[in-house]
Design a protein around this ligand. Sequence first.
Ligand code: B30
Ligand code: ZN
Length: 263
Amino acid sequence: SDFHWGYHGNSGPSYWPQHFEGCAGKSQSPIDIKRKDAEYADNLGVLRFIGYGDVRVHKLRNNGHSLQVDVSGNSYIEGGGLPGLYKVSQFHYHWGRTSYRGSEHTLDRTAFPMEMHIVHYKLEYGSIIEALKWPDGLAVLGFMFKVRPFPNIFYEKFLKKLSAVQYSGESTDTSPMPLADILPISWQNLNYFLYNGSLTTPPCTEAAIWTVFTRPIYISEKQLWQFRKLYANEKSSKTYEHLSDNYRPVQPLNDRRVLKNFK
Ligand code: B30
Ligand code: ZN
């Protein structure tokens, strides 16, 4: 089809189901997570990050709907309610034009200015493409951002690279940067929610196990503007379109259950 999906007007999320039947499914993401409705599960086990200190950022790309970062290195997650071993593939962000919105998931109806998704595929499926054919194919980790009045120094080096990917289609190789520099959190004892859902972008394939963390990553308003200065159009385009508000609204929970690993 000739439909180019986006986030505004007649290419926006409410039009996706007409062109991608997956987006009309009953187990879609994102969702509003209600802390009190989530069920405490004491049997999830520890979510283990294997080789995560060795994940290296090597390519940044403006793909017109997000800032995507390809990573290399043999890094995996397992446990924490996941049915197997999952290999890290890429991460990307969803953000708002203002700090009152931008995240895809909401917590008790509260939205955050930005949400980061770290995408993993089940190792036994061998690739993202193959993994998308299975309901447990992907494991996506979601981290919310909160605004603080001072910069996140871990993000400074990363943000300097954004000038090279201002327009859709642009990418830049970076000298390897450990993922730990962009996720300045300790990996132990993180509280999270767990549920079965989908890609939040077309074709909205219901192949993702979502782990959404309560612990925010802090960033300054000025740093958020580095993201908001990106364009959704190509450099050769005569019209400018900001890359922001690239979030899908929350979808019905339907008959799904949301688990949590904390009381
Ligand atoms: S998300 O984490 O649910 N937002 C994909 C992975 C995770 C999410 C959304 C989409 C994904 O793998 N999509 C298919 C491949 N993409 C890759 C890409 O370059 O970014 C191609 C595409 O959509 O058609 Cu854009
Ligand atoms: Zn995403």
